[in-house]
Design a protein around this ligand. Structure first.
Ligand code: XMP
Length: 319
């Protein structure tokens, strides 16, 4: 009779056996998986674990602060918070290809992470919140010959480069099970129930060039959308919901003058593991409320559209 409490105890024993008295470093992404992995490992080996949060400036509104306060405040887990927004945005200048964005962000993440790891004297193990679907999807997306749709893993290559072994206590779990484990470990519900967020962050939700200005516009629209979803009590019924800022300007009219601003697309899907997804069927009143608020409150957006594409043939993210 298999329960999460037993899984927790088993994993803690396994982590202790694997790590012994050596040191582990864990990169936090701000998401549920890496947070649950970190808290579990901390329970197993305490201060032999150091967490590094590389803040690339491509997070949603308020997200970086939540991660920092969860780790430093609630758990008292040592956390290095690296503020690297300028470095990332500078390197993204002129980059428009989705995989080029991922490559740059992944590589820069590794550089920053390595620097920080060196500063604290290195570690023997790297902890990652890899889940079972990550293992499958990186092997083969289609079930046929291995095809890379998107290169998801932004710390791939790091263990070899840093000569470290991996600690991946969540490798057998699906997302819903990670959430159960997170609750078992006492993580706050707002954190455990959080929608998945991709490593490259807002960079892949801004087709075309990513700038600080466009990140700020997107953060505002996205925050309004999510606030309305929470107010309507729909957050937990949705796998992922987010806004995308399109590199297209259209003409509109506001009061008595002409506008010429960006289009914002809203995405919301249901899914159990992210591998397939259906669109969330909001009612029309909800969507028009969100559209009106975004257009009225966010300077730079004058049109809002809803994405009706399931996965497949679409992917969840636009890039
Ligand atoms: P797609 O867009 O491939 O997304 O249907 C499936 C799930 O993966 C997330 N995703 C990523 N996560 N790095 C990540 O860590 C990435 O480059 C990346 N691309 C997509 C996406 O948010 C969804 O949950």
């Amino acid at each position: 009779d298999w329960t999460m409490a037993e899984f927790r105890a088993t994993k803690i024993a396994e982590i202790r056996a694997q790590v012994g008295d050596r040191k582990v470093i864990c990169g936090l992404s701000g998401g549920v998986d890496s947070a649950v992995a970190a808290v579990l490992i901390h329970e197993a080996i305490g201060d032999q674990l150091t967490c590094v949060f590389v803040d690339h400036g491509l997070m949603r509104a308020g997200e970086a602060d939540q991660v920092v306060s969860l780790f430093r405040g609630s758990y008292n887990i040592p956390l290095v918070h690296v503020k690297a927004e300028t470095l990332f945005l500078k390197g993204l200048e002129g980059v428009t290809d989705p995989e080029a964005k991922r490559k740059f962000i992944g590589k820069t993440f590794i550089d920053v992470f390595e620097d920080e790891a060196r500063k604290i004297g290195g570690a023997d193990f790297l902890a990652q919140g890899t889940l079972y679907p990550d293992v499958i999807e990186s092997v083969s997306f289609t079930g046929g010959p291995s095809v890379t749709i998107k290169s998801h893993h932004n710390v791939g290559g790091l263990p070899e480069r840093m000569n470290m072994k991996l600690v991946e206590p969540l490798r057998e779990l699906f997302k819903d099970e990670v959430r159960v484990l997170g609750r078992e470990l006492g993580l706050p519900e707002v954190f455990v129930g959080r929608h998945p967020f991709p490593g490259p962050g807002l960079a892949i939700r801004i087709p075309g060039e990513v700038t600080k200005e466009r990140c700020d516009i997107l953060r505002k629209a996205d925050a309004i959308y999510l606030e309305e979803i929470r107010n309507a009590g729909l957050y937990d019924a949705i796998w992922q919901a987010f806004a995308v800022l399109l590199p297209v300007r259209t003409v509109g009219v506001m009061g008595d003058h002409r506008t010429y601003d960006s289009v914002c697309a809203l995405r919301a899907v249901t899914s159990t593991d992210g591998m397939t997804a259906d669109i969330y069927p909001f009612d029309a009143a909800f969507l028009s409320r969100v559209a009106t608020r975004i257009i009225n409150e966010v300077k730079g957006i004058n049109r809002v559209v809803y994405d009706y594409t399931s996965k497949p043939p679409g992917t969840i993210e636009w890039e």
